[in-house]
Design a protein around this ligand. Sequence first.
Ligand code: GAR
Length: 194
Amino acid sequence: MKPITLGVLGSGSGSNFQALLDAIRDDRLNATVAIVLSDQPDAGILDRARQQGVPHGIIDCAGHTTRFPDKEQIRVACLMKEAGVDLVCLAGFMRLVKKPLLDAFPGKILNIHPSLLPSFPGLEAWRQALEAGVRETGCTVHIVDAGVDTGPVVMQERVVIEPGDTPASLHARIQEAEHRLYPAAVSLLARSHE
Ligand code: GAR
């Protein structure tokens, strides 16, 4: 069966991108990563791509701290199409994807978020969970729509909040769950794509 072709967008260390690469290497995910793009020129995700020979590039959002300008979304869509991407995976990408990119990949953009959505959308979801005093949180893989961390849920994994958890310790355990969940969710969609 033909592997599904992934394009990855990230702004941070890229540990979720690494989890996808590890799953491909270990035959848990029938996929290839054709391109990695980041809006942060110094992001770890680009170092990982460089070290592992994955084509990569920078998204130019200069002058915009949080916006993802339409012009740049169109350029990203073109790069993804040229690379033959079937499914776009947001892996710690901290800008909102809007119409130009959504229209280019309808229903084909995935995001991983560090909470059990619809609880705690937005920034630092692990901190939001601690401050809310809930006993468990987790992570969600969902299909991206025009909202903030909305869109149909593909898979979720629960993480119990332990007494004494700090934002850092809780986020670390959520990330362990993310690294299992993202490859599993992409694999599920890859099977229905074949
Ligand atoms: C992950 O925990 C991911 O869930 C979160 O950013 C982190 C990126 O880590 N994403 C969001 O909060 C998006 N709303 P990584 O760069 O090591 O994969």
